[in-house]
Design a protein around this ligand. Structure first.
Ligand SMILES: [Zn+2]
Ligand SMILES: [Zn+2]
Length: 351
């Protein structure tokens, strides 16, 4: 038995002649440990676009994207203990994992190696069915993979925290951003603008490294104390050896020697975006200054809850543009043109 709900799906590799279109999908019945969520808002993440376009590997069409989900619990299974009907909840990038490997046990389910987390969309659930994401009326998820949204965060603004928020919070937390630390954020987009806000809320000194100074006013308003254009070669001379931590939120290929040069002794540059091509790293850029180049992938369930509570406490929310579901293809086009400040969020009541 299943429930049929409205959704927007990709039916082929997304593009001008293959837009997302309105359809219906089936949701499984609520099992003993499941909650059913009436989705109120779904954020649009760059990963949605990469995935529906087929850039990140095989896609099983029709496929409903969306892994920044905020809504209200409408039904709970007989063994559910954490949530009740009416609760404000969220779902992020994954809806299950093996629950047995050392990383799942440590609450780092995103790094599950048995064989890996089950994505909120374009994955295969325990029932053998393809997982379908948040551009839909509702979703059924095991309670252990659901987050509680604090009362002070509006649901539309909560949605982007479930991916963009945790993607930036986790490395900032892991590498100890805080008072006395200088953090640089490369790129002021969906991820970057939240990186700036969260790093500032943690007490760090924040700089934005952007291609141009076009968004400087925004960057300073959002919490950065410095803003530099990376198109200006002087930036790299002036800032040499300046930062404890650099978050790279853009998926363009960078000159690693230039950027690693901006780190202090023992500094770390963390990759969050996924550039299409490998980037050469000269070993000298790491050796001189004992520097690290790393990467980070979203966060586990426990840390995602911690992030939501942190954002509520420090009044950190994304800058969003709420759209109707039928606008999603235009939103994708605008995202490709970097024409969004700073996250599109679908109002799912328009499905
Ligand atoms: Zn995402
Ligand atoms: Zn696991």
């Amino acid at each position: 038995m299943t429930t049929t709900v409205n959704a927007y799906a990709a039916t082929a590799a997304w593009g001008a002649d293959a837009p997302l279109s309105k359809t219906t999908i089936d949701r499984r019945d609520v099992g003993a440990n499941d909650v059913s969520i009436d989705i109120k808002f779904a954020g649009i993440c760059h990963s949605d676009l990469h995935t529906v376009s087929g850039e990140w590997g095989k896609v099983k069409y029709p496929m409903v994207p969306g892994h920044e989900i905020a809504g209200i619990v409408t039904e709970v299974g007989s063994d559910v203990t954490k949530y009740a009907v009416g609760d404000r909840v969220g779902v992020g990038c994954f809806v299950d994992s093996c629950r047995e490997c050392e990383y799942c046990k440590a609450g780092e389910e995103q790094y599950c190696n048995n064989p890996g987390m089950i994505g909120t969309y374009n994955g295969v659930g325990r029932d053998g069915q393809p997982t379908q994401g948040g551009y839909s009326d509702s979703i059924v998820v095991d309670e252990n993979y659901v987050l509680r949204i604090p009362d002070s965060i509006e649901l539309d603004k909560a949605a982007p925290l479930l991916c963009a928020g945790i993607t930036t919070y986790s490395p900032l937390h892991h590498w100890g951003a805080g008072p006395g630390k200088r953090v640089a954020v490369i790129g002021l987009g969906g991820l970057g603008h939240l990186g700036v806000k969260i790093a500032k809320a943690m007490g760090a000194e924040v700089a934005v490294l952007s291609q141009s100074l076009k968004k400087m006013e925004d960057g300073l308003r959002l919490g950065a104390s410095e803003y530099y254009a990376t198109s200006d070669p002087d930036t790299f001379k002036k800032l040499r050896g300046s930062f404890d931590l650099i978050l790279n939120t853009v998926s363009a290929n960078l000159d690693m020697a230039d950027y690693l040069g901006l780190l202090k002794l023992d500094g770390t540059l963390v990759e969050l975006g996924m550039p299409e091509n490998p980037m050469p790293v000269p070993a000298g850029a790491l050796i001189f200054g004992r520097k690290s180049l790393s990467g980070s992938l979203i966060g586990g369930i426990r840390e995602t809850q911690e992030m939501l509570d942190f954002c509520a406490e420090h009044d950190v929310t994304p800058e969003i543009e709420v759209i109707e579901a039928s606008y999603v293809n235009e939103a994708y086009q605008r995202m490709l043109a970097s024409d969004v400040r700073y996250r599109f969020v679908i109002d799912n009541s328009t499905l």
